[in-house]
Structures are given as structure tokens and as C-alpha cells.
Design a protein around this ligand. Sequence first.
Ligand code: B12
Length: 286
Amino acid sequence: MSVAGGHRIGEFARRVGVTPELLRAWEQRYGLLRPVRTPGGFRLYGEEDAERVARMRRGLDEGLSAAEAARAALETPPSADHLLDDARARLMSAIEAYDEAAVQAALDDGLAAFGLEAFVRNLILPTLTAVGRGWEQGSVEISQEHFASNLIRGRLLSLARLWGRGSGPLALLACAPGEQHDTTLLAFGLILRSYGWRILFLGADTPLSTLQDAARTTAPAVIVLVTFDTALVEAEGTALRRLARIAPLFLGGPGASPALTGHLRIRRLNGDLIEAAHEVAKMTNE
Ligand code: B12
């Protein structure tokens, strides 16, 4: 039988290809396995146990004694993939439980373990997507989505503190008029910042006339405008062309379709925000 997050000894033994007797011996003698106990007292074995068993078997195959193979298996840290899976699962269950402290702890650990770019790519973006999918399918409430979005957005903003400082080129970032989705733009700005760029962030729902004012005052190296919804910018051709005369203008986000940018004759950023940030960062010396 398989129970959420783990397997009972019989099934686990079949999965890893080692008899239950031998597994119990390895558990008792070397502490190789670290099962969790169900409220009913059953031991459940998980992915990290399976990894340690695989490493133990490799050690034995290489001719190590059982004690040496166990020591080697226990010393190797769990793979980054599993750390990531764990971090995502922890973050998602903290969101579902409205547990703010646990959300913050999962974000702290994710950031410390993966570094900024992998944190954004592998934890923040997939979590936002999963929250959205859960909401579509009815397993996530709008209240949970709001709770998650605000905590994630707050964390990205705290990482963004003083990102306008320094001497690198300046990027002016804003969401199209009527566009509320600004979290991914924050993430994009953080990646660009990690390349030494300075960021001026105007955020959600920015009227294009005011964006022009900001651009004239600050003379950015690029302006990045985001839209999730094509319809929000379709009729803004004149204002966008005016903006593009002040500084190179890019449109990004899921609403920035090639048909739209082609029609408006403005540049479109790569669909993936991390790739897009790399693309803009490379412009430093151009
Ligand atoms: C959080 C959220 C909100 C929050 C936003 C909080 C905030 N400050 O950002 C709030 C509650 C405000 C909100 C409001 C609404 N939302 Co909303 N929201 C979401 C949710 C759950 C996550 C958005 C997000 O950050 N996604 C994370 C990234 C990973 O999404 P992604 O598209 O896969 O991103 C990839 C690319 O698109 C690209 N990319 C994304 N952003 C950028 C930016 C740049 C610069 C670049 C280069 C690339 C890029 O890179 C990513 C991959 O690397 C999505 C669900 C979802 N699946 O995305 C819905 C979603 C985006 N929302 C949606 C809708 C309909 C709305 C509302 C209209 C709902 C309503 N009826 O009120 C409103 C108002 C929207 C408006 N006018 O702006 C729809 C959009 C459908 C559409 N295409 O029009 C979605 C897809 C949900 C759905 N399935 O219906 N929302």
C-alpha cells in the first residue's frame, strides 16, 4: 500500500529491489533509513530513503564493506531535484494551510539552497502556476491564491530593496494600463538586477502617459512593459510608438503575442521571463 508521501516496507522493498529483512537490518545497524510514522504506528519510507538505498547498493557493488557503504550513502547530501520537490511541496502545503510562518520558512530555505535565479525559476514561478491551476480546477480557493500571491510578491519586493542603486544601465519596468499582474515583472527585475542593472519599477496598471514622463526624467537604457492580456495594449499604438522614441521599448508577458508586437512594430521579449532577462542583460554593451 502506498500512503501520501511514502510507502510501507513491502512496497518500498519491491521498488528499491532489496528484501524487507535486509532493509530492516540496514535501518537498525546503520540508520540508513529514516521512515516517518503514521498516527497508526506504521513506518513509511520516502524518496530520500530510496536514494540512500541506491547509494548503499552502489557502494557494495564497488566492493565497500556494508559499514563503509552505509557511511558513504549517509554522507552524500540528497540531490538538488529532491530538495526542490520538497521545497515546492512544503510551500504549497503551507499555502493551503494559510500558514504564514511556514510559507516564509519555505521561501527562506529555497532562497538559501538554490540562489536567486533557481529560486525564481524552480520555486516561485511553478508555485504561482500551480496555485493558478489549482484555482482553475477548484482545489485552491481564491483566498489561498491571494494569500500566496501577496506573500510571494512581498518577498520579491523585499529582495528588490534599493535595486535602483549603483552604476549599471537603468531598466524602467511597468505593467500596461489595467494590468494587475506585476509579480512576474518583479521577478524579471530581480534577475536583471543580478546582472548589475538598476531597476525603476512602476508596477501594476501604469498609464502610458505617466510612463513617458518617467522615461523622459530618468533616461532608461530600456523600457519593459508587461501585459497578460493582449486587449489591454491593442489600441495603444500611438502611445507605444511615442514611448519607443524615448528609449528601446520591449513588450513581455503572456499577452505580448508576436501578432500584436508585429502589428504595433515594437520589440517582443522571449516568452520565458528568465531567458528574457538574460536577453536584455546582454544589451549592456550594445
Ligand atoms: C496571482 C494571479 C493574480 C493576482 C496578481 C497578483 C500580482 N500582483 O501579480 C490578482 C489577484 C491581482 C489577479 C487578478 C486577475 N487575474 Co490573475 N492570476 C494570477 C495567477 C494565479 C498567477 C499569475 C502569475 O504570476 N503567474 C506566474 C507565471 C509563471 O505565469 P506564466 O504566464 O506561466 O509566465 C510565463 C510567461 O508568461 C512569461 N512571463 C510572465 N510574466 C512575464 C513578464 C515578463 C517581463 C516577461 C519577459 C515574461 C513573462 O514567463 C513565464 C515563464 O518563465 C494566474 C494563473 C497562472 N497560471 O499564471 C492568474 C491569471 C493570470 N489571472 C487571470 C485573470 C483572468 C485575472 C482577472 C481578470 C480575474 C478577475 N476576473 O478579476 C484579474 C484581473 C487581471 C488584470 N486586469 O490584470 C488569468 C489570465 C487569463 C488571460 N490570459 O487573460 C489567469 C491565467 C488565471 C486563469 N487561468 O484564468 N490574478
